[in-house]
Design a protein around this ligand. Sequence first.
Ligand code: ATP
Ligand code: MG
Ligand code: FE
Length: 344
Amino acid sequence: RIILAFESSADETSVAIVKNGNEILSLEIATQIKSHQRFGGIVPEVASRHHIEQITLLVDAALTDAKLTYDDLTAVAVTYGPGLVGALLIGVTAAKTIAWAHGLPLVPVVHMAGHISAAQFVEPIQYPALALMVSGGHTEFVLMESEYEYVVVGDTRDDAVGESYDKVGRTMGLPYPAGKKIDEMAHQGTDEYKLPRALMNDGKLDFSFSGLKSAVINLKHNADQRDEELNLINLATSFQMAVLDILLTKTRQALKTYPVKMLIVAGGVAANQGLRDGLDQLLTEFTHTRLVKVPLQLAGDNAAMIGAAGDIAYRHGERASWDLNAKPGLDFDYLSPDLEFKVP
Ligand code: ATP
Ligand code: MG
Ligand code: FE
């Protein structure tokens, strides 16, 4: 199976060709970060315009790099949600057009399933598996009892963790997106500011990050009032220590509740070095669970992960008709059976 995959849900336009769901034959990514940076976040209209400009060029490049033609393809896979509607529509329309013109099946993919499936480029996913899905728009535990089943068993009640990195970064005067920079700074300081951690001892799997973000904003506000400077290295350190404390405490709880064969950490924030190290450490407590960290270059948005998820969806008979539309608020609902999980 050779799948041509599209991703355009936010500010990366990406096209990839993926073989059998685990081998990247080509991967093209056009990032728009520079265009959005001066606005401090993604401007939807600007994103759509860039997607339109890039997408056909990337298809040509993907085929050329893989040394393939349309005749070699088995199917076309595309992210149809969640994300920005105008941005999603570009990928969906391109995918539909190519699938229709070349008589190929069209496979609809949920963006977060894509993030999680990037694990397949490391090793085959073993079920039951649990994903810690951490990105700009999501912070959730996704339980997969078997392939092509996704049940959200823990979620954020307010901000996503990547979003809180970006908002804290903005408060600190860092360019968007700030996650990577804060991560680097956090390895150089001390925990001077002792920031709050919410919902830590409730034994449940939900998250809350808005209090932590507000605490940073208040610190900055109070410092400005008094004409004082914050130590930004220490602030980044305190912030990341709070984030990691929350994520690792909840992951320990999740693995006690669901002693799965594999834990997958996925999404843009899975690139966080502190989190990767922290999970390595945590998993020494869970000797029956294998940890798979998605590769650093495939943690953020890319079409290779959509090809990996598309391959799974394709094998399970998932097909879209020609009226497939972008679904900005899409979630896993339609792929969530009732849980049967039994603790062994
Ligand atoms: P979603 O996948 O939920 O729809 P998204 O696609 O916008 O959201 P991703 O592209 O998966 O999100 O991830 C981007 C986020 O990852 C940004 O918030 C960015 O700051 C964060 N990020 C990237 N690298 C790091 C890092 N090293 N540490 C922390 N956060 C990071
Ligand atoms: Mg992005
Ligand atoms: Fe994403």
